[in-house]
Design a protein around this ligand. Sequence first.
Ligand SMILES: NC(=O)c1ccc[n+]([C@@H]2O[C@H](COP(=O)([O-])OP(=O)(O)OC[C@H]3O[C@@H](n4cnc5c(N)ncnc54)[C@H](OP(=O)(O)O)[C@@H]3O)[C@@H](O)[C@H]2O)c1
Length: 328
Amino acid sequence: MKSRAKRVLVLGATGTIGRATVDQLVAQGHDVICFVRSRSLSVDRKLRTSLARSELRAIEFRDPLAITKELTAIGRIDAIISCIASRTGMPEDAWAIDYSVNASALSAALEHEIPQMILLSAICVQKPRLEFQKAKLAFENLLIDSGMEFSIVRPTAFFKSLSGQIDRLKRGKPFLLFGNGELTACKPISDTDLAKYLVLCLTSSELKKKVLPIGGPGSAITPKEQGEYLFQKLGKPPRFLHVPVGLFSAISGALSLFGFVSSPIAKEAELAKIGRYYATESMLVLDSDTNQYSEAATPSFGSETLFDYYDDLISGQISLDRGEHAIF
Ligand SMILES: NC(=O)c1ccc[n+]([C@@H]2O[C@H](COP(=O)([O-])OP(=O)(O)OC[C@H]3O[C@@H](n4cnc5c(N)ncnc54)[C@H](OP(=O)(O)O)[C@@H]3O)[C@@H](O)[C@H]2O)c1
């Protein structure tokens, strides 16, 4: 493997998928360099352990030329893998990070003749209603039009995003469902499987110059099925609280009116819009002929399942790390 080893720059290496990707790259013998913001270098001890075998360099991401300057200092790079993303999902932050930082990285890559860029995006950009989705999609298009050898990976839901209710259930509270709990479905993918897929994009010619929706193994799972599994594992009788989806519409509609004059309220309105989106849209490939989400059209990769992950969380073998400020 060492002969095919690449020198890879990772952006977003301190995030959930970024860390898993660095682990995979290092395990597969690649040389890894991570550009991270300095505050993350200094505070996160767990991060320093998990990234110890890569080269970490602090960057001032607000400077649009920072990436290109740093690339001049470090010399040849074979590929960039970008897992960087706004932690808040708020419009200004999303355009500053998901679009602008990635655009600076692309421009630096072209200038330094880096031949390949792999982008972690999201399956939800296929139906862009939220500002962060529009920012991601705008960068996807920039990358596609750049002439760079790209892979755009659009995963379905992550395990961490489907595990937020376990503590509620342990405390005897009901599982919250929107509508009947069967309005949406997803094929969850584990951090490790997704990281393996991103790393595979480095070498697999089938994955180059493509937009790649990707889910985990097995059938699509609804929120109701997640709740039923958790109650069974916890040995508790199933209790569901059905929340009407219209609640989100009412909240976001009302807050939007006030959002014109108050930025904290605009933030709440955007959060309500995000909530409504995930309560009503599946994380599966949208069939363009039928305009329906399709489990069959959503490719699967990997071997780790959400329910095995739930087992490990409940038995205490692992703990849930949703990340600082994470909302997705
Ligand atoms: N959650 C899901 O179910 C799901 C499903 C599909 C796709 N996705 C997409 O997958 C992507 C990655 O998700 P994730 O959970 O791995 O993200 P995450 O844990 O929130 O990590 C985000 C990364 O971006 C960096 N970052 C954020 N703001 C920054 C800033 N202002 N300056 C410099 N770096 C910044 C973070 O660095 P710091 O550590 O310094 O903050 C971190 O390394 C996102 O685009 C998300 O939309 C998520």
